[in-house]
Ligand binder design. Structure first.
Ligand code: H79
Length: 438
């Protein structure tokens, strides 16, 4: 049985911590109702009604090579696609269900095509797999939002055999880990409940599941949601991870204030998953997209706090990533092309955040991210003149001199980078300067 091993852990997490930026893809037949992937739950929509979308689903425009190009151009290094979401619909050709993409009009294994396309672009590939399943007849409900049939007397828990569901879950995870080549990330979602209604850890036969996954896919990275949800830090926080804790903490729709440490003060590996608008799955009426510039700063924030950003797109029912999302990705990509060196392989600086932005760091190289201009030269607080080897603009490589003069003589303990008299920075979103230390 799998047991946590610190050395193996550090080894498998290397690429992931260098990558820093990935694409989350929420796609399924819920793109047809287009009210988000949870649609069945708040609307308490019965199965019969939802099956109309299964009949209708026909993603004629699905070309994952376009998705992969968009991810790559944005500077993303990995991706995670929903192989199955809570609705139970499978985007892969599972032998264990008929509720799958190969049985829709398109007749295609959407997961396989995604994996081929993203690998071809040199991206690491991940799959999301929902622990909840609203289609499986043996998945129970407890009168709360975690199941759409909670208030339907015809759909009581009577006769539901959870062990059968567990066989199904383990069987499908085995299929994914066996039939699709090397997978880099497995993203379970999620654990919840307490007491008799505790759907966490060994409720999923998690130790056995993780042992199987690691046996079939050595080196795979697993999230922490066999134990917790987006809210929890789990046993990793205690400094004593359960074998099923997984490899990273997965804060959802939040960037942890101050980053994440365990209770002994050691860094935790984490990935914030964040939507571009206010939904994961395609939502026709949600045009509340965060601008590219804001998301660039959020990525920098994650890296400066030692974490990753998994940024979501929700393709529509035809298989197209919405235009707004593509434009945002392109905007991020333009910045990443110039400034990616301040993201990849970078992490916390271990220094106070400057007034005008943030700092990321790789070894002896500090990246100062200027979200706005300073008045006067840029103070490199915490550094002494003796430590600083060089200062450069990242976008051009040009030299930046250390500021001299009577104003700066008033602050003998602070080094100032002389950005010139022009208060308009070359990149109004985030201009990066690189400080090499001796
Ligand atoms: O896959 C994405 C979400 O569907 C899933 N995790 C991410 C990665 C997720 N699971 N739980 N949650 C998100 C948070 C739960 C939100 C809810 Fe609701 C509040 C569910 C029911 C009430 C939001 C509002 C969704 C439906 C109504």
């Amino acid at each position: 049985m799998y047991q946590f091993n610190r050395k193996e852990y550090e080894e498998r997490m290397k690429w992931y911590q260098e990558a820093r930026f990935g694409m989350f893809l929420h796609w399924g037949i819920y793109a047809l109702p287009a009210r988000g992937e949870w649609v069945r739950s708040p609307e308490e929509m019965p199965e019969e009604e939802y099956l109309q979308y299964f009949e209708e689903f026909d993603p004629v425009d699905y070309d994952p090579r376009q998705w992969a190009k968009a991810a790559k151009e944005a500077g993303m290094k990995y991706a995670v696609l929903t192989a199955k979401h809570h609705d139970g619909f499978c985007l892969f050709d599972s032998a264990l269900t008929d509720f799958k993409s190969t049985n829709t009009k398109c007749g295609r294994d959407l997961v396989r095509e995604y994996l081929d396309a993203f690998r071809a672009e040199g991206l690491k590939v991940g799959l999301y797999y929902s622990l909840l399943d609203w289609h499986h007849p043996d998945y129970p409900h407890y009168g709360d939002q975690h199941h759409p049939m909670r208030n339907n007397p015809k759909e009581s828990n009577e006769g539901r055999d959870f062990n059968k569901y567990l066989e199904y879950l383990h069987g499908q995870v085995r299929e994914l880990c066996t039939n699709y080549g090397r997978l880099d990330v497995l993203w379970f979602d999620f654990s919840y409940g307490e007491g008799e209604r505790c759907m966490r850890g060994e409720t999923w036969r998690a130790h056995e599941l993780v042992t199987m996954v690691r046996g079939l896919q050595p080196g795979i990275i697993i999230d922490n949601r066999l134990e917790v949800s987006g809210e929890g830090f789990g046993s990793m926080y205690e400094g004593d991870p359960k074998p099923w804790h997984g490899d990273f903490v997965s804060p959802e729709q939040i960037i942890p204030p101050g980053g994440l440490l365990d209770k002994n003060g050691n860094d935790l590996i984490w990935e914030a998953c964040v939507t571009m608008n206010n939904n994961w799955g395609y939502c026709a009426l949600d045009n509340n997209f965060k601008p590219a510039g804001m998301l660039i700063k959020k990525l920098v924030e994650c890296v400066s706090k030692g974490g990753n950003l998994l940024l979501n797109v929700g393709p529509d029912a035809k298989g197209n990533i919405p235009d707004q999302s593509l434009e945002i990705l392109a905007g991020i990509g333009r910045w990443m092309k110039k400034n990616g060196e301040s993201i990849y392989g970078c992490g916390k600086a271990g220094m106070e955040k400057p007034e005008v932005g943030r700092i990321t760091r790789r070894g002896n190289t500090l990246y100062y991210h200027l979200f706005e201009n300073t008045i006067g030269a840029m103070p490199l607080q915490g550094l002494s003149k003796e430590q600083v080897k060089s200062v450069r603009w990242v976008h051009s490589g040009a030299e930046i001199k250390i500021a001299k003069g009577w104003v700066y003589d008033n602050y003998p303990d602070i080094v100032f980078a002389d950005l010139g008299p022009d208060p308009v920075l070359p990149d109004p979103v985030d201009t990066v300067i690189r400080v090499e230390l001796k």
